[in-house]
Design a protein around this ligand. Structure first.
Ligand SMILES: [Ca+2]
Length: 259
């Protein structure tokens, strides 16, 4: 049975009020109404000096004291990531429509139990992809090959809590479901879904592109006080039988969180 993972977004794409917002200290800053901002998801407090990156454009900037930041024009889907010490890595798939409006991004404080597996953007596949793919035009990074694998320690607390693998953002998935949802414009082919393995056992398939996909890690697979391993395998173009054509995807921010 195939599973669909609902994207849970810890973000607020709120239209900003037309009135000038008041920030801490009673200082008003009129241009906040038209500015993208990074705030604390719990308190709404502005977060300064957060790094905002668009890897596709090799662009990065830092938020000002009001949490404000600017990005230039974007074309098509692209991953935007936000990094700030003490906070969980955050990423969001944006496009020209989203980028044209002010964005308020609520980022969450990190937990001592969080494990960041990858905080950057990496590409899986073979660098051979259709211009109609849901990631086409976005892939800037050379492929790391069809597999990604990383080992990390889990302590004994991991057994007593619920653990999730969180994929910050994923683009380029060209499954039948992604196609039927209008995530790409490919008419004559589709791919098998990327597969997620934990300590060698398949725990999920990714059928859709999106942000913050949470995958529960079965407790019986967890090795406490030992190395554990996450592996992601790219899907394959199911209409190409003459050779193996991996479905090229890009992933930003992989982490393990426990709740
Ligand atoms: Ca390919």
């Amino acid at each position: 049975m195939k599973k669909i993972f609902t994207a849970i977004l810890f973000i607020f794409l709120l239209a900003l009020q037309s009135q000038a917002a008041t920030v801490s200290g009673g200082i008003s800053k009129v241009d906040l109404t038209n500015t993208n901002r990074v705030v604390d998801a719990a308190t709404n407090a502005p977060i300064g000096n957060a790094k905002v990156s668009l890897p596709k454009y090799n662009y990065s900037t830092y938020t000002d004291e009001y949490g404000g930041f600017n990005i230039g024009n974007v074309n098509g889907p692209t991953i935007m990531s936000v990094e700030k010490e003490g906070y969980r890595p955050f990423s969001l798939t944006i496009n020209d429509t989203i980028a044209a409006r002010p964005m308020v991004l609520g980022i969450q404080k990190s937990n001592i139990a969080d494990i960041v597996i990858a905080s950057d953007v990496f590409h899986l596949g073979d660098d051979n992809y259709s211009e109609h793919s849901s990631g086409a035009g976005t892939f800037r990074l050379r492929s790391n090959g069809p597999y990604f694998s990383k080992t990390f320690m889990l302590n004994s607390d991991a057994i007593s809590s619920n653990n999730y693998l969180v994929i910050g953002s994923i683009i380029g998935v060209d499954t039948l479901m992604a196609r039927s949802m209008g995530q790409n414009k490919i008419v004559n082919s589709y791919a098998s879904p990327p597969e997620i393995y934990f300590n060698g056992a398949k725990i999920a398939e990714i059928h859709l592109n999106g942000d913050n996909q949470k995958i529960k890690i079965p407790k019986n697979l967890i090795r406490a006080n030992q190395q554990n391993e996450v592996t992601i395998k790219a899907g394959r173009n199911l209409m190409q039988t003459a050779y193996v054509d991996y479905d090229d995807i890009e992933i930003a921010n992989l982490s393990i969180i426990s709740e």
